[in-house]
Design a protein around this ligand. Structure first.
Ligand code: ZN
Ligand code: ZN
Length: 439
């Protein structure tokens, strides 16, 4: 445990350094700042960011486990990734816990960990209302977004996401910016999104929510916006549909990464400074026979302590059930009635595949989470295991018979952090940068 704690302290906020470091590395910008009457540097959530000298584009490959890039690179298929990685900076970093989409996207756009920005999952039990809710509304944010703050100082900012679950938070307080989700691109209005009729603007039909095209639409939108609007700062967040469905080295995954690589080449060709990262990795969570490897937490707790005593929440939950069937490697447990926490921890620790069980305070402290937005206990499963509620209510029809691939745990945090230039001396002032990867 001591080793883990030390490792974690070195790793935390890994992703958040991405954007901060990127802007720091790119922009002396003194003369430009004076000419255009914008500040040379702005402060967001206590950190300083230089004004971009050229358009800065941050691409977040949702579920972008390094294994996908490594496999396609080994086949010689990603020339633009290769160029960025050999001429610039590359490290494998670790994302925030839980290794889900919303906490990590928000860490990137705020530069602070979930304990500060408040987004503890895709889904949570809201202590203010006692209701379970998607964590997709700006009202849950407790920190400023770097995107919004730059726009308030006059920067042209665009934030495009594949899945609509991030759209409202990315757009929050954006001034005169462009912001929409590929999923709802047909609903764009100039007033709400900065562009009318996004499919026509992008030149592609509305993509399916369950397709590689959803992400490629985001990249194509970024290219069009870069060509026409010359933004100062652009954030492009993709979908992990392909990584949930297909392993590294599969034809589908390789084709997807080749598509991303081509788009990167075009963004760079248009003069953008392109940085890449991901929100989390992705691992196979199935047994040898192909069935999902699930620990049913609510069944275990009800059997041992009686029903109604505890409530299991799965913070991976979102509307995209074909991706993961609501199963990830992180769960929280609320106690509805007095119950012995050590007894619960003892029971869960005995289950094969359970990697870590901690109480609220200890987990929040170790992983920089907001203690009021996680359960009385937190459970994390290992690389090959997911956590479910009850066997009787499980619905895997959305998976369509494919092996379950998912994320959420400690083993699913590894992501690439790629900048187009080597680090400058300012990075020496950032504690623990680049973040170490120990697992
Ligand atoms: Zn994700
Ligand atoms: Zn996912």
């Amino acid at each position: 445990m001591a080793d883990l704690r030390e490792d974690v302290s070195k790793m935390r906020m890994a992703l958040t350094f991405g954007v901060m470091g990127l802007l720091t590395v790119l922009s002396p910008a003194f003369l430009l700042a004076a000419e255009n009457h914008h500040p040379q540097q702005i402060t967001v959530n206590g950190k300083n960011y230089d004004w971009p000298k050229s358009p800065v584009v941050v691409v977040l490959i949702d579920g972008g486990d390094p294994a996908y890039v490594n496999d396609a690179l080994a086949q010689g298929l990603l020339p633009n990734f290769k160029k960025l990685m050999t001429e610039g900076f590359v490290s494998v970093a670790v994302g925030a816990m839980p290794s889900f989409t919303n906490p990590n996207n928000i860490s990137v756009i705020t530069g602070v960990p979930p304990s500060v920005h408040g987004i503890s999952g895709n889904f949570f039990l809201n202590p203010a209302t006692g209701q379970e809710a998607m964590m997709d509304q700006p009202q849950f944010l407790r920190a400023d977004s770097i995107l919004a703050k730059f726009s308030e100082h006059g920067a042209k900012v665009a934030a495009i996401t594949a899945k609509d679950k991030l759209a409202k938070m990315l757009a929050y307080r954006l001034q005169h910016g462009i912001s929409f989700s590929a999923e709802k691109a047909d609903k764009c209005t100039k007033e709400d999104n900065g562009i009318d009729n996004c499919p026509a603007y992008v030149g592609k039909p509305l993509p399916s929510a369950y397709s590689a095209d959803l992400s490629l639409f985001v990249l194509e939108a970024g290219i069009r916006i870069l060509e026409r609007e010359k933004p100062d700062l652009m954030y492009l967040s993709l979908s992990d549909y392909i990584q949930h469905k297909y392993a590294p080295g599969s034809k589908e995954a390789t084709e997807y990464y080749v598509g991303i690589d081509k788009a990167l080449g075009r963004l760079v060709g248009l003069g953008a400074t392109v940085a890449l990262t991901a929100d989390h990795g992705m691992n196979d969570k199935s047994k040898a026979d192909g069935s999902p490897n699930i620990v049913f937490l609510q069944d275990l707790l009800d059997k041992q302590f009686g029903s109604g005593k505890t409530k299991v929440i799965l913070p991976i939950s979102d509307p995209y059930v074909k991706h993961h069937g609501g199963l990830g490697s992180y769960a929280t447990i609320f106690f509805h009635q007095p119950i012995s926490a050590p007894a619960v921890m003892n029971l869960l620790n005995k289950q094969p595949g359970v990697e870590l069980v901690m109480n609220r305070a200890a987990f929040a402290k170790m992983f920089d989470l907001p203690a009021d937005r996680i359960g009385d206990l937190v459970v994390v499963s290992d690389r090959g295991t997911v956590l479910g509620k009850s066997k009787a209510t499980l619905d895997l029809s959305g998976l369509g018979g494919t092996r379950l691939r998912s994320h959420g745990g400690l083993a699913d945090r590894n992501v690439y952090l790629i900048f187009p230039r080597p680090l400058n001396d300012k990075y020496a002032e950032i504690p623990d940068f680049p973040p170490a990867v120990k697992r």
